[in-house]
Design a protein around this ligand. Structure first.
Ligand SMILES: *Cc1c(COP(=O)(O)O)cnc(C)c1O
Length: 383
C-alpha cells in the first residue's frame, strides 16, 4: 500500500464521512507532478484542470510550478483564484464562444489551441496577437477513452490554419495533439509526432516553435498501463527521430496521470439481489462519479474494506439511480464476497481523475460526489 493510500484510509477510519465520497491526497498529486517533471525536465507541464478541479489541487500544483490547461471561463477563474499567473494558462479547448475568448484575453490568457477557421477568426478579433497552436487529429490506435473525430484537423488543413492565423495577426506558434485519454498504445505518440514534424517542415516561413503533446498517459486500473519511464522513453525517442537536432518547445497537458492514483472512493452497498450472477447495487454510479464506466471503458479496481472473504462469486455492478443505463459492469468480470451484504463498504481505487468533475448536480436527488482533500494527511478542503 502506498503512503498516500495509508493516509487516505486513516482519514476514512477517523472521520467516517458519509458515503459515497472521494478522498484525494494532494501531496501525492504534487509528488506525481514532480515525477512527471523529472521525466520531462525541459518540457512545460500544464495540468489539465478538468481531470480534477478541486481548488486544493490547483493551489498545490500552482505552488509547485505547474501551468494549466483550461477549457472555460470558470476554469480560468478557478486557476487565477488559486494563485496561477494568467500567462501560465493555456486555453486548450478548440470549441469556445467568442465571448469566452474575450473573457480569457481580458484575464491575461495569451495561449490558445484551435482547430478551425471559425475559431481562428474569433481569436483574431478577441485575442489579438495571441499565440495559437493548431490541434492535429491523430491517426493512431484508439485509446481506452477515445476522442473520436470531435477534435483536430489533418495536416493539410493545419498548414492552412496556421497561415490563416499568421495572416490575421495572431502568433502561429506551433501544433498540438492529444492521443486520447488512457492511451495504452505508445505508438500513438510516435505517429502523431511524425505527422507534426511534416507540418513543421512544410512551414519554414513561419516561426513554428512549439509542440503540445497533450495528455493521454494511462494509469493502472484493473489492467496494467505502461509506467512513466516507458512513456517518456517512447516520447523522447520519437522527438529525436522526427525532429533531429532541433526539438521544438515541448508542452504536456497531463490530467489523469497526476490525480487518478492519488484518490480513492469509498462506497456503500445499497442492495444485493441473489442470482447467478448476483446484482450488486452501490450508492455510486454513472451519474454521481463513475461516468467513465460508460461502455465499461474504465474498469476500476474494487476492494472490500479490511476483509478477506473465504469465497467470492461473479457480480453485476450497478448504480443507485432509476436509470437503465446506470449499470457499471455487466460484461467485465467482477467478483465480490459470496456473503456480501447491504451496508458493507467497498473501496474504488485510483479514482481521483474524472470522477467528482463528472458528477451530476442532483439526478434523482442524489448529491454530487463529495470530495475531501488531504494535505499533510489532514483535511484541507471539503467540497
Ligand atoms: C482532457 C484533456 C487533457 C488531459 O488528458 P489526460 O488523458 O487526462 O492526461 C489534456 N489536454 C486536453 C486538450 C484535454 O482535453
Amino acid at each position: 500500500m502506498s503512503e498516500a493510500l495509508g493516509r487516505i484510509r486513516q482519514f476514512l477510519t477517523t472521520h467516517a464521512p458519509a458515503m459515497p465520497c472521494l478522498v484525494i491526497d494532494v501531496d501525492d498529486v504534487v509528488a506525481r507532478f514532480g515525477e512527471f517533471r523529472a521525466h520531462f525536465p525541459t518540457a512545460r507541464a500544464c495540468y489539465a484542470v478538468k481531470a480534477n478541479p478541486a481548488p486544493a489541487i490547483v493551489r498545490a500544483l500552482a505552488e509547485a510550478g505547474a501551468e494549466f490547461d483550461v477549457a472555460s471561463p470558470a476554469e480560468i477563474d478557478l486557476c487565477l483564484r488559486e494563485g496561477a499567473a494568467p500567462r501560465s494558462l493555456s486555453y486548450g479547448n478548440p470549441i469556445k464562444k467568442a465571448t469566452d475568448i474575450a473573457y480569457a484575453y481580458d484575464r491575461g490568457v495569451r495561449e490558445f489551441v484551435t482547430d478551425s477557421a471559425g475559431d481562428i477568426d474569433n481569436l483574431a478579433a478577441h485575442a489579438p496577437g495571441a499565440q495559437v497552436t493548431v490541434r492535429l487529429s491523430v491517426d493512431a490506435p484508439a485509446s481506452v477513452t477515445p476522442f473520436g473525430r470531435k477534435f483536430g484537423c489533418g495536416p493539410e488543413l493545419a498548414v492552412d490554419l496556421l497561415q490563416r492565423a499568421e495572416r490575421s495577426g495572431l502568433d502561429a506558434a506551433g501544433l498540438a495533439f492529444h492521443v486520447g485519454s488512457q492511451q495504452l498504445d505508445r505508438s500513438a505518440w510516435d505517429i502523431a509526432i511524425g505527422t507534426a514534424a511534416k507540418v513543421f517542415a512544410e512551414l519554414t516561413t513561419l516561426d513554428l516553435r512549439r509542440l503540445n503533446l497533450g495528455g493521454g498517459f494511462g494509469v493502472s486500473y484493473a489492467g496494467e498501463a505502461p509506467d512513466l519511464e516507458q512513456y517518456a522513453s517512447t516520447v523522447h525517442h520519437s522527438l529525436d527521430a522526427h525532429f533531429p537536432g532541433h526539438t521544438p518547445e515541448i508542452v504536456f497537458e497531463p490530467g489523469r496521470i497526476l490525480t487518478a492514483e492519488a484518490g480513492l472512493i469509498r462506497t456503500e452497498v445499497v442492495l444485493v439481489k441473489p442470482g447467478d450472477p448476483r446484482w450488486v447495487y452501490l450508492d455510486i454510479g454513472r451519474y454521481n462519479g463513475l461516468a467513465e464506466t460508460e461502455n465499461e471503458y474504465i474498469a476500476y479496481r474494487i476492494e472490500t474494506v479490511e476483509r478477506h472473504p473465504e469465497t467470492d462469486g461473479p457480480v453485476i455492478l450497478a448504480g443507485p439511480t432509476c436509470d437503465g443505463d446506470d449499470v457499471l459492469y455487466q460484461h467485465t468480470p467482477y467478483r465480490l464476497p459470496s456473503d456480501l451484504k447491504a451496508g458493507e463498504r467497498l473501496d474504488i481505487l485510483s479514482a481521483g481523475a474524472y470522477t467528482a468533475s463528472y458528477s451530476s448536480v442532483s439526478f434523482n436527488g442524489i448529491a454530487p460526489l463529495r470530495t475531501y482533500c488531504l494535505v499533510d494527511g489532514k483535511l484541507a478542503d471539503e467540497l
